[in-house]
Design a protein around this ligand. Sequence first.
Ligand code: HEC
Length: 170
Amino acid sequence: MRRFGIALAGLAAILAAEACATREASAGSDPTNASPIYGVMIPAGYRRWELVAPALEADPLNELRAVVGNSIAIEAYRAGTLPFPDGTVLVKLAWKRAQSPEFEPASVPGAATTVQVMVKDSKKYAATGGWGFGRFVDGKPVDEAQHQTCFACHEARVRGRDYVFTRLAP
Ligand code: HEC
């Protein structure tokens, strides 16, 4: 009986952790906020996630970017785990590059442009390297045509790093 109790407690912990990971990957319940093809949503709380690295995109986009990851992503980065485990979520925030009004040489974030999301689920997204993709403008997913481009570009350039461009910044 005692062993059964311990097993049950273990099972409950696993289920709770999974429920948590699922919620993290699909915050909110409005299906119109899910990306076409993949059904990926903007994850809750991502603004408090750890930074993976910033990036600067030249003209014509002229954007500042920041990639952040959930705890599963950050642990995998630190340990050098590839492929990234299921439950990994990476979010890329982007802003127009603006000049600091207080200090000319400095670039600072201007208007927000897009939020892009990659969610790892090796079974659900087996056809696209285990990754589900979502691109959002003002919180709403962009069209299906744009979502057809995601995996192709990531696959062509960074297949050997589990389709992820961004390295953990030193
Ligand atoms: C033409 C190539 C290209 C296409 C198409 C593309 N990406 Fe990316 N993506 C990149 C590059 C390059 C980076 C590295 C960061 C940067 O420079 O902005 C990146 C980074 C990311 C990241 C951060 C994780 C990583 O791999 O570094 C996410 C999330 C992401 N892209 C999502 C998407 C989504 C969603 C789509 C489709 C709507 C998409 N990408 C389409 C080139 C592309």
